[in-house]
Design a protein around this ligand. Structure first.
Ligand code: G4P
Length: 533
C-alpha cells in the first residue's frame, strides 16, 4: 500500500454514539461537530423545543414526532484526524437500525445521564458492543445537575456490564456545587463556572493539582478536601489503565462532563481520539480477517435509506469501507449480485448535505445511489477478489399485522414500496403459503415501525392499505422438509407463513403455544428466527 493511503487510513476514527433517549447524545454530537467546524453554531443539530429536530433527522416523520428514527453519518476533520460519527436513533423501536450501525463502527461512545446511571436502552446497546468486542468509551453527562454518587456509577458499570472502568477525570462536586473536573492524566483541575445564580459565565481555568492555594481559592476548602480524599481512593482502588483492554472492550475509560454547557467535551474528544483505534480488521463469512491496510478495496452495506431527498426520489445505500481505497468511476464487484458495477454518485454525508467524492478510505462511510440492487449486509470488493463479509443479524420481529392492499389500481406501487422498505430492513414481509403480494403478514421489532411504514407508503408511494394487528409475538423457523401445517397438530391460532425465499415459518401468540406445538409434535423442528440478512 502506498504511504499516502496508509496515512489516510491511520488517521480515520469511526465511532457510534449510543445512549438511552434523553441522556444527551444529540447535544454531545452537536458539541463534537462544533469542534470540528462541521457546523457553525450550537442549535444547528437540535433546535429549541418548538423545533425539536436534529440535522441528522432526515425524515418528515422524525420532525413531526420529535424522535430520531434513522441513523446518520457525519464526517469532519479535527487536529489531523478524520472523524466519522455514526449517529443512532434513540427510540427503542428502532434498535435494529442502531445494531446495524454498530456493525459499521470501530468503537462506541456511551452517553449516560449522571442522575440515572444505566438505563434499559443502555443495557441493550452495551450488549451488542460487548458481543462485537468493540472499545467502549463512557461519557457521564449532566454533571451540572444533581447526580448519583460517581463511585456508585462506576460500580454499576462494573457489576452490571462486567467491564472494568477507568475514570479519566473526576468531578469536583455536582449539581449546584459542581465546580470542575480533575484531569488525572494531566494532573490539572479544570474549573467550571456556573451560568446560574446571576453570574455571568467566566472562562474556565486550568489549575495544577499541586497548587494548593489556587485550588482552594477556586473550589473552596470543602471541595478541595473531598477531591483529595477521592484522589486517594481512585489511586488506591481502581483498575490499572490498560490500552489493550480498552481496545478489546474489556475496560471502558470514563469521562465526566456536561455536554449542554460544553464542559469537559473538548478534553473528552482529545483523549478519546488518542485512545480509540484506527479502522479495525473485519471478518469475512469464512472467518478470514480483512486488514484495513490491504490494498484491495472492500466494503459492506450496513444501511439503506430510500427517498432521503424527496425531490430526487432516490435510494442511498451506505457502505462501510473495510479495506483499501475507493476510487470514483472504478469498476468494483458486487458479490451477492455477482456483477461488476460502478458505484454511482459516491457521496459523503454531513446530515442533509452531501458531497460527491472522488476517493475514500478504509474506515469511511460512503453513500451510493442504489437503483435497488443492494440488500443489507452485501459486500462490494475489487473485481476478482470475492470476499464476503459475515452477515448482519436481523432481529426476530415481535409485532405482526396483516396488511392488505385496498386499491387494485396501485398494485405495483404497493408491491414496490413494501419490497423496498423490507430491503432496507425496516420491516419483514411474510406470505401465506402460495399467496401473493396482495395480502401479507408484516413483522416489525418495534411498533413505531408500523407508523413509519404507513407514513412512507403514503408519502413516497402514494398507497393506502388496510392493517389488522394480530396478537402474535413469537416467530420460529420450521426445519422439516416439505412442511404443511395441516399435517401437524398445532393450536388454532398458530399461523403458517413463508418468507420471500419460500422458507416455512410459524408465528405464535405466546410461549405456551410453542410449547403446545413441541409437546404434541415431537418430530417438529423449530429453530430461532435469527436470520442473516
Ligand atoms: P438524546 O439525544 O440522548 O435523546 O438527548 P438530548 O441531547 O436531546 O438531550 C436531552 C435533554 O437533556 C435536552 O433537554 C438537553 O438540553 C439536556 N441536556 C443534554 N446535556 C445536558 C447537560 O450536560 N446538562 C443538562 N442539565 N442538561 C443536558 P430538553 O429540555 O429535552 O431539550 P432542549 O429544549 O434543551 O432541546
Amino acid at each position: 500500500m502506498d504511504e499516502k493511503t496508509k496515512k489516510q487510513i491511520e488517521r480515520r476514527r469511526t465511532f457510534a454514539i449510543i445512549s438511552h433517549p434523553d441522556a444527551g447524545k444529540t447535544t454531545l454530537t452537536e458539541k463534537l461537530l462544533l469542534y470540528g467546524g462541521a457546523i457553525q453554531s450550537a442549535g444547528s443539530v437540535k433546535g429549541k423545543q418548538s423545533d425539536k429536530h436534529a440535522v441528522s433527522d432526515w425524515m418528515e416523520l422524525e420532525k413531526q414526532r420529535g424522535i430520531s428514527v434513522t441513523s446518520s453519518v457525519m464526517q469532519f476533520e479535527y487536529e489531523g484526524y478524520c472523524i466519522n460519527i455514526l449517529d443512532t436513533p434513540g427510540h427503542q423501536d428502532f434498535s435494529e437500525d442502531t445494531y446495524r450501525t454498530l456493525m459499521a463502527a470501530d468503537s462506541a461512545v456511551m452517553v449516560i445521564d449522571a442522575a440515572k446511571g444505566i438505563e434499559p436502552q443502555t443495557r441493550k446497546l452495551f450488549k451488542v458492543c460487548a458481543m462485537r468486542g468493540i472499545p467502549i468509551f463512557t461519557f457521564i453527562n449532566k454533571m451540572d445537575h444533581e447526580t448519583r454518587d460517581p463511585f456508585e456509577l462506576m460500580d454499576e458499570l462494573e457489576t452490571e456490564f462486567g467491564i472494568e472502568t477507568f475514570p479519566m477525570n473526576w468531578p469536583v462536586g455536582s449539581g449546584v456545587t459542581f465546580s470542575g473536573i480533575y484531569d488525572r492524566n494531566r494532573g490539572k483541575v479544570l474549573t467550571y463556572e456556573s451560568r446560574h445564580a446571576g453570574r455571568s459565565r467566566l472562562a474556565s481555568i486550568d489549575i495544577d493539582i499541586n497548587d494548593e492555594a489556587a485550588l482552594t481559592e477556586a473550589i473552596g476548602a470543602d471541595l478541595k478536601a473531598e477531591l483529595d480524599f477521592n484522589r486517594e481512593l481512585l489511586d488506591g482502588a481502581g483498575s490499572e489503565f490498560d490500552l489493550d483492554k480498552v481496545h478489546h472492550g474489556k475496560l471502558t475509560p470514563v469521562f465526566f462532563g456536561s455536554a449542554l454547557n460544553n464542559f469537559g467535551v473538548e478534553q473528552f474528544l482529545e483523549s478519546f481520539l488518542k485512545l480509540t483505534t484506527a479502522p479495525l480488521p473485519r471478518k469475512s463469512g469464512e472467518g478470514e480477517e480483512i486488514d484495513p491496510f490491504d490494498d484491495r478495496f472492500s466494503a459492506f452495506v450496513f444501511k439503506i435509506q430510500a427517498n432521503m431527498n424527496k425531490a430526487h426520489r432516490d435510494r442511498i445505500s451506505f457502505l462501510r469501507i473495510c479495506s483499501g481505497r475507493f476510487e470514483r468511476g472504478k469498476e468494483y464487484f458486487h458479490v451477492q449480485g455477482n456483477k461488476a458495477l460502478r458505484l454511482s454518485q459516491p457521496q459523503q454525508m454531513m446530515a442533509q448535505e452531501r458531497d460527491v467524492i472522488d476517493e475514500a478510505f478504509a474506515g469511511d462511510i460512503i453513500g451510493v445511489f442504489d437503483p435497488g440492487i443492494f440488500s443489507i449486509g452485501d459486500t462490494v470488493c475489487e473485481i476478482g477478489q470475492k470476499v464476503a463479509f459475515s452477515g448482519i443479524p436481523s432481529f426476530a420481529p415481535e409485532h405482526f399485522a396483516v396488511i392488505e392492499q385496498v386499491d387494485s389500481m396501485k398494485r405495483k406501487q404497493f408491491a414496490k414500496g413494501m419490497n423496498q422498505i423490507a430491503q432496507e430492513g425496516a420491516i419483514q414481509i411474510f406470505f401465506a403459503p402460495g399467496g401473493g403480494m396482495e395480502k401479507v403478514t408484516v413483522g416489525v421489532v418495534g411498533v413505531l415501525q408500523f407508523d413509519v411504514l404507513k407514513f412512507r407508503m403514503q408519502s413516497e408511494y402514494g398507497v393506502e392499505y388496510l392493517r389488522q394487528d394480530i396478537p402474535h409475538e413469537l416467530i420460529r423457523r420450521v426445519g422439516n422438509p416439505n412442511f404443511n401445517a395441516a399435517d401437524w397438530n398445532l393450536a388454532g391460532d398458530t399461523r403458517w407463513v413463508q418468507d420471500v425465499r419460500g422458507n416455512n415459518l410459524l408465528i405464535f401468540n405466546g410461549q405456551w403455544t410453542i410449547q403446545w406445538a413441541e409437546n404434541k409434535n415431537p418430530d417438529l423442528i423449530l429453530t430461532e428466527f435469527n436470520q442473516r440478512l
